[in-house]
Design a protein around this ligand. Structure first.
Ligand SMILES: Cc1ncc(COP(=O)(O)O)c(C=O)c1O
Length: 383
């Protein structure tokens, strides 16, 4: 039986390879357009210096859960600093954005509740929704009309205690922005709790990089946001921000918070340093990032013939090719030219919409941006 099991695994991997859906781990060389290091903080010399000054005193590992002896002053400092930065009552640090999303959705909604989530939600949100005991309904991407119609339909069928609406501020594979104001109005109309994943909004949009929620709606206890810290903040982990009741409930009940070793204290220190940098120069950095993104997006939109680059403003620029094999080949050719531009394929994106995803960062030099545009235009003609 054991042999058969391993043979089956091999056979399944072969099927993935035949479908151009096989994934493998490799290291990349070239100018990196695949990372989410939008502000260049992951390699920032000033931040590196600050962190290295703390290295001689800080514990190298938390070595325990926050609820046992792993709660260091650095974790509390990062939470306090983030709460102040966002102007919210409370913030709680998780080991990753995946953990934070999974924890929220498996802890807050109960089986009497109703969850509505955007169909393009990140895998961690899907995982949380599917593992929660609540009734869940997927609504059409960025469609407040379909969201409201889905709520109305559900209300006629079942009796629910609490409605939760789940969206991302900036969608990770399309780089488009949620119609937050209209969705908040719907959320208020049905007394829902609105959960906004700001993974790609933090450090990228909003006042000083505080995310879309900071500039579009008033924060109130019915809004919960998730700010991953391994992307624009150049650190790791994720903050859940909202009311004290929410964070305290998570501390008491969220298994991905309770039953795991806390992040090494150096990580929350890095978060504090990054947030302080955003406080000081966030507006300028965000303006520059959006400016450069606009330059690349419009150059590609006007030059590409077959491949589609949607309108938008964010540094996530999808170049939609369609076929899995063609997307993969385009990515390989670009790597040979010295650019890392990953191909994104199903199940991460819907079938038939395989794409290159180009992420712009302040780390890129202006001439690298010009060169990658030229290279993509050339590859379109050959793939
Ligand atoms: C929208 C979104 N939410 C959550 C996550 C997970 O965050 P993390 O990488 O910190 O686990 C990601 C990316 O990884 C993401 O793109």
């Amino acid at each position: 039986v054991r042999e058969e099991f391993f043979e089956e695994l091999e056979a399944k991997l072969n099927v993935l390879a035949e479908q151009d859906l096989y994934r493998s781990l490799k290291t990349y060389s070239g100018v990196d357009f695949g990372s989410n290091d939008y502000l260049g903080f992951a390699h920032d010399e000033e931040l590196r210096q600050k962190l290295s000054n703390s290295l001689s005193t800080v514990a190298l590992s938390s070595a325990s859960s926050r609820l046992l002896s792993g709660n260091h002053r650095e974790h509390l400092l990062a939470e306090q600093c983030f709460a102040e930065f966002l102007g919210v009552e409370s913030a709680l640090l998780f080991n990753s954005g995946y953990d934070a999303n999974f924890a929220l959705l498996t802890t807050l909604p109960s089986r009497h509740d109703l969850i509505l989530y955007d169909e393009r939600s990140h895998a961690s949100l899907y995982e949380g929704v599917h593992s929660s005991h609540a009734t869940s309904i997927r609504f059409e991407h960025n469609s407040p009309e379909h969201l409201e119609a889905s709520i109305e339909r559900a209300l006629k069928k079942f009796k629910h205690r609490q409605i939760f609406i789940i969206i991302e501020s900036v969608y990770s594979m399309d780089g488009d922005i949620t119609p937050l104001q209209v969705i908040k109005e719907i959320s208020d109309k049905y007394s829902a709790i609105l959960i906004v994943d700001e993974a790609h909004g933090t450090g990228v949009v909003g006042n000083g990089g505080r995310g879309l929620t900071s500039c579009t709606i008033n924060r109130s206890p019915d809004v919960i946001t998730i700010h991953t810290c391994g992307k624009a903040l150049g650190a790791a982990g994720a903050i859940v921000a909202g009311s004290r009741a929410i964070t305290q409930y998570l501390v008491n009940k969220a298994r991905p918070f309770i039953y795991t070793t806390a992040l090494p204290p150096i990580v929350p220190l890095q978060i504090v340093n990054s947030v302080n940098k955003l406080k000081a120069v966030g507006d300028e950095l965000v303006a520059e990032l959006l400016d450069r993104s606009q330059f690349v997006r419009s150059a590609l939109r006007s030059a590409l013939k077959k491949w589609i680059v949607p309108e938008g403003i964010t540094p996530i620029i999808p170049i939609i090719i369609g076929d899995e094999g063609a997307a993969l080949k385009a990515s390989f050719v670009l790597e040979d030219e010295g650019f890392v531009v990953p191909a994104i394929r199903p199940p991460t994106v819907p079938a038939g919409t395989s794409r290159l995803r180009l992420n712009i960062s302040l780390r890129h030099k202006k001439e690298e941006l010009e060169k990658v545009v030229e290279a993509i235009i050339k590859v379109e003609q050959t793939v």
